[in-house]
Design a protein around this ligand. Structure first.
Ligand code: R1P
Length: 293
């Protein structure tokens, strides 16, 4: 099927990809997990795995960033049927926002109910440490405020309404369950909650920009996740967002610190196991609470 790039996430194109996957995946996933930079190993611990390279799935984009493998992995985590994106798409790679968010609509058409987005992010909150896990309470989209929203263009009611609400983007019940999981695992000393700010990248922030974002109320900054969350909420998915603080944003001209992707990947990999345990524990809880949530 030929289509203009901005039409990649049309209902028909998404359905072709979803139908292709449904014909090949053993079970319908209830939960989709987007693995952030360096966090893709989560997909390798799923039970009863079936993996598909993005390049083999109809209409799927390719990922080009180091730390993002480029596979969709179906399987079970703690008894819950899941699908993991081992590698996400970013607008700085040159993708349109409809391409960046295409997999989310495919997940919706596959019957996914819950989206867990993970990412690596720079810490703006002075109380945050490298290695902290931050549950996303809310976001600031510098894209959205500047006129770039993944829902821009004609609205297809089969996905959702023209003007979706975002004040409840990150579900309180999921956040509470995630916090409970962190407590039960003894992770509270490095678990936080906060506001994630999206900037376009690929350059990291200047010192003045970090100061500005902090003054705006952001606790962490990154280059992803928000478009995925907006599209997920548009089609009614419940969302949990998790940032791993891989570096502290540089706030002072006397600092010798320099943000770099190697450091981001190094810290992600160090915390990947804790994050896997946390998500697995949470999924167990979601299984127990299927009827109440
Ligand atoms: O958000 P994820 O994909 O985890 O990756 C983060 O890490 C990369 C920069 O080091 C950027 O892509 C930023 O968004």
């Amino acid at each position: 099927m030929a289509y203009a790039e901005e039409d990649r996430n049309s209902y028909e194109v998404c359905k072709e990809a979803a139908d292709w996957l449904r014909a090949r995946a053993a079970r319908r996933p209830r939960i989709a997990i987007v693995c952030g930079s360096g966090l893709g190993a989560l997909a390798d611990v799923l039970d009863s795995r079936t993996a598909f390279l993005y390049e083999d799935i109809p209409h799927f984009p390719r990922s080009s960033v180091s730390g993002h493998v480029g596979r969709l992995v179906f399987g079970e985590l703690n008894g819950q049927p899941c699908v993991c994106m081992q590698g996400r798409f970013h607008s700085y790679e040159g993708h349109s926002l409809s391409t960046v968010t295409f997999p989310i609509r495919v997940f919706f058409l596959l019957g996914v109910e819950i989206l867990i987005v993970t990412n690596a992010a720079g810490g703006l909150n002075p109380h945050f440490q490298v290695g902290d896990i931050m549950f996303i309470r809310d976001h600031i989209s510098l894209f959205g405020l500047g006129g770039q929203n993944p829902l821009r263009g004609p609205n297809d009611e089969r996905f959702g309404v023209r003007f979706p609400c975002m004040s409840d983007a990150y579900e309180q019940d999921l956040l509470s369950l995630a916090m409970e999981s962190a407590q039960e695992l003894g992770f509270l000393s490095f678990t936080r909650e906060g506001v994630y700010c999206l900037q376009a990248g690929p350059s990291y922030e200047t010192i003045a920009e970090c100061r500005l974002l902090q003054a705006l109320g952001a606790d962490a900054v990154g280059m992803s996740s928000v478009p995925e969350v907006i599209v997920a909420r548009h089609c009614g998915l419940r969302v949990l967002g998790i940032s791993l603080i891989t570096n502290k944003a540089v706030m002072s001209y006397s600092s010798q610190e320099k943000a770099n992707h190697e450091e981001v990947l190094r810290v992600s990999v160090l915390r990947a196991e804790a994050l896997q345990k946390l998500i697995s524990h949470l999924l167990g809880k979601l299984g127990e609470s299927t009827n109440s949530l």
